[in-house]
Design a protein around this ligand. Structure first.
Ligand code: ACO
Length: 325
């Protein structure tokens, strides 16, 4: 029996030029390079220039992904863009990307699941392809987290960065087994009761302002490893696989300690973990496609490799995805 599968045709990424080091942050809040590196693994992050928007970053990452896939914008049926920092309250940032890519048909919309946004967007894109509603989908994760930060709060402003990543999915065929190329499974979760541990204190229908990111970091940490490991185990079980089958683990890049603890808990060798948090910080929905693109571009991720993605973020939201490259 053959089934429809969503196969990755290309990846792309874009980082703003400006690098902000830990030493730069130590000049504006009471922190140090030593504290930030020891607690998070982050050494530097990128920051969008004045006037540079989330869709500016997204367009550059999307153009790179389309070029890598050898696909014209006119061939895209759908753009699903994960972002928690859209240019405007509306319209969706995805429609800015659509216009600027020169795509005049199909549909484009945003997905809001904060740091888990890329996993949600990928799942949605995969389902559009599986039911036959789309053949070619551009999945984007792009953020300007610097615009949401309270630059007087040292407990949050040192953690985040700006950037964008994208991938192109195309419909293909498989046998319905874990040997198929393409997205093998997605598992999504949320628990709205945990809202107060990680949120933004503003919004159009509350304060009519954008607000700032607020987080109980230690509490988030406690939930992260448990939730992420659960989503990973669900992915492995659904595909009758074990951690030993994973070629590359490309997690949401929140904190090196969370990633190390997760890899240990599920029994994954450290050399299989793609880690960019030291240079990118936490770029929310952009972190997975940024890391994925890096591992594809430098030749680590190859055709037929089994790639495991996971994320957790505000909401809480969390999830996992397994892809045979
Ligand atoms: N520089 C120096 N000291 C700091 C800083 C800073 N930037 N930030 C906090 N501190 C101080 C605190 O004030 C506290 O001081 P006190 O003991 O005098 O009260 C001390 O450092 C310890 O603070 P904790 O919050 O307990 O530090 P912890 O070891 O938990 O590390 C961190 C904080 C890095 C935020 C950690 O809890 C974490 O990474 N949590 C996960 C958060 C996360 O990744 N969120 C992203 C979104 S969710 C996701 O993507 C998974």
């Amino acid at each position: 029996m053959t089934i429809r599968r969503s196969i990755v045709a290309g990846t792309g990424a874009y980082l703003p030029e400006k690098i902000v080091t830990n030493a730069d942050l130590a000049r504006i809040v009471d922190t140090s390079d030593e504290w930030i590196v020891e607690r998070t693994g982050i050494s530097e992050r990128r920051m969008a220039a004045d006037g540079e928007t989330t869709s500016d970053l997204a367009v550059k990452a999307s153009e790179a992904a389309l070029a890598a896939a050898g696909i014209a914008a006119s061939e895209i049926d759908l753009i699903v863009m994960a972002t928690t920092t859209p240019d405007d309250t509306f319209p969706a940032a995805a429609t800015h990307v659509q216009r600027r890519l020169g795509m005049t048909r199909g549909a484009a919309f945003d997905v809001q699941a904060v740091c888990s946004g890329f996993i949600y967007a990928l799942n949605i894109a995969d389902n559009f392809i599986k039911v036959g509603q789309a053949e070619t989908v551009l999945v984007v994760g792009a953020e300007t987290m610097s615009r949401l930060l309270d630059w007087t709060d040292r407990t949050t402003c040192v953690l985040f960065g700006d950037g964008a990543g994208a991938l192109v999915l195309r419909a293909g065929q498989g046998q319905g087994t874990a040997q198929d190329r393409g997205v093998l499974s997605s598992h999504l979760y949320s628990d709205g009761r945990l809202r107060n541990l990680l949120y933004v204190d503003g919004g159009p229908s509350t304060t009519q302002t954008t607000g700032h990111l607020r987080m109980e970091g230690r509490e988030v940490f406690k939930h992260a490893v448990t939730n992420i490991s659960g989503a990973i185990m669900a992915a492995l079980e659904a595909n009758h696989l074990t951690a030993a089958d994973i070629d590359w683990f490309v997690p949401h890049q929140a904190n090196k300690r969370i990633l190390d603890a997760t890899a240990r808990k599920i029994g994954l060798a450290p050399e299989k973990v793609v880690m960019t948090v030291a240079r990118h910080g936490n770029t929310s929905a952009a972190s997975i496609p940024l890391a994925l693109h890096e591992a594809v571009a430098d030749g680590r991720v190859k055709q037929n490799d089994l790639v495991l993605l996971e994320a957790m973020g505000g909401g809480f939201t969390w999830g996992s995805s397994l892809i045979r490259w």
